[in-house]
Design a binder for this molecule. Structure first.
Ligand SMILES: Cc1cc2nc3c(=O)[nH]c(=O)nc-3n(C[C@H](O)[C@H](O)[C@H](O)COP(=O)(O)OP(=O)(O)OC[C@H]3O[C@@H](n4cnc5c(N)ncnc54)[C@H](O)[C@@H]3O)c2cc1C
Length: 358
């Protein structure tokens, strides 16, 4: 591809897009306000599935399913290219009651890999919970490692990464983006891609049209066991426990509509810890290792916007992935690349154009 692109925002959406563009021969520069991969993409849990897939519309599960399909090969590609192991692992997810058994049953019928079992507390180190659903194909990845691998790979493919560079204005002339104004001066390119997560609407400014992407805070807790107490991800309502191979256990998360406030709160820490103890009593003796918050790029019905701007044909967006931006990343990059290069889409992408509101 003989063109150059500026990507605004260096999270998983920006880096995965950069990787695929570079592999097509484009010249790519990523402009990142802070340091690469330190916002929502770092803060997330790395579950590669919607929490209860039957609760989401097809537009969401189509993209998460395609993302999950692509992930294993993507993780291998990154490992081979960089030596960084993202710890992609099909650890399975146990969904504890209460959940909508009828909708879950229909989902299981359509996806033969699910099963509903009586959970035996002794098998899972959990307090007795009644009939649970096991989703064996759900995988996970370790976010900081994924970001490190992507960052290294983008650099090794010749991508230029400029950190501490905040985009403050998109300059439009003759129905094209002409340049962007940043804290490090003006930049221009043939194509511009906004992947600024929860800040995408602000970055687009007047060009956001009716886009509705806003921050939604999520807090996470981290514990360290000598030996992992769980074999699978465990989910109850919107509380989840994610075991890592080396004994770390993540507990998440909250959904807080508090604007761009990224502070953690004692209230959320106590709520998450107490709820998790009701499932896994051994947590009461543990010391909290870390507590953090991240801002998800929230969009209506969790449907992201991916593709060309309706009025400016050298401006693109890949954002608004809300709760599932890591899962959706490889599929979203694929959709955007297909659009840019004119390759036929593998999915119906109409829903991912609707977010502009026109
Ligand atoms: C607590 C929590 C748990 C989650 N768990 C999961 C999960 O288990 N599975 C899953 O799939 N997803 C999960 N998510 C969601 C997922 O993390 C996000 O959807 C995804 O990371 C969004 O990626 P992004 O690249 O769009 O945004 P970000 O990672 O936020 O990246 C956007 C980047 O743009 C930069 N930027 C912003 N403004 C500017 C500017 N003006 N100029 C230059 N750069 C700018 C930011 O600094 C940032 O680095 C979770 C999120 C949170 C917060």
């Amino acid at each position: 591809m003989n063109s150059d692109f500026l990507i605004i925002g260096g999270g998983v959406a920006g880096l995965s897009t950069a990787q695929r563009l570079l592999q097509q021969g484009a010249a790519v520069t990523v402009l990142e306000r802070g340091e690469i991969g330190q916002e929502a993409s770092w803060a997330g849990g790395g579950i590669l599935s919607p929490l209860c897939p039957w609760n989401y519309p097809d537009e969401v599960t189509r993209l998460t399913t395609r993302g999950a399909e692509l992930f294993s090969a993507w993780a291998k590609e990154l490992h081979t290219a960089t030596g960084v192991n993202t710890e992609y692992e099909t650890s399975g997810m146990l969904v504890l009651p209460p959940f909508d058994a009828q909708a879950a049953g229909q989902w299981c019928d359509a996806h033969s890999a699910c099963s509903v079992n009586k959970v035996r507390a002794a098998d899972y180190n959990l307090l007795e919970q009644g009939d649970a659903l096991f989703l064996p194909e759900v995988a996970q990845v370790r976010n900081p490692r994924l970001l490190r691998a992507l960052h290294q790979h983008v650099r090794s493919l010749g991508g230029r990464i400029i950190e501490q560079c905040e985009v403050s204005n998109i300059v439009v002339e003759n129905e094209q983006v002409h340049s962007v104004t940043t804290s490090s001066g003006k930049f221009n390119a043939q194509g511009y891609i906004v992947t600024a997560g929860a800040w995408s609407k602000e970055v687009l400014g007047r060009q956001a049209l009716r886009l509705n992407i806003k921050p939604m805070r999520g807090q996470m807790l981290l514990f360290k066991f000598d030996v992992s107490p769980l074999r699978h991800i465990v989910l109850q309502d919107d509380l989840y426990l994610i075991p890592r191979r080396d004994g770390y256990l993540l507990i998440g998360s909250t959904m807080e509509d508090v604007g761009f406030d990224q502070r953690t709160t004692n209230e959320a820490r106590n709520m998450l810890w107490q709820r998790a103890q009701k499932l896994l009593p051994s947590l009461s003796d543990m010391t909290l290792v870390q507590h953090w918050a991240g801002l998800r790029p929230a969009s209506p019905c969790n449907i992201p916007t991916i593709g060309r701007h309706p009025k400016l044909d050298n401006l693109y967006l890949n954002s608004g992935h809300f709760r599932y931006g890591v899962t959706m990343a490889p599929a979203s990059a694929e959709i955007l690349l297909n659009e840019i290069t004119g390759v036929q889409q593998k999915l119906d992408v109409t829903p991912y154009r609707a977010g502009w509101g026109i």
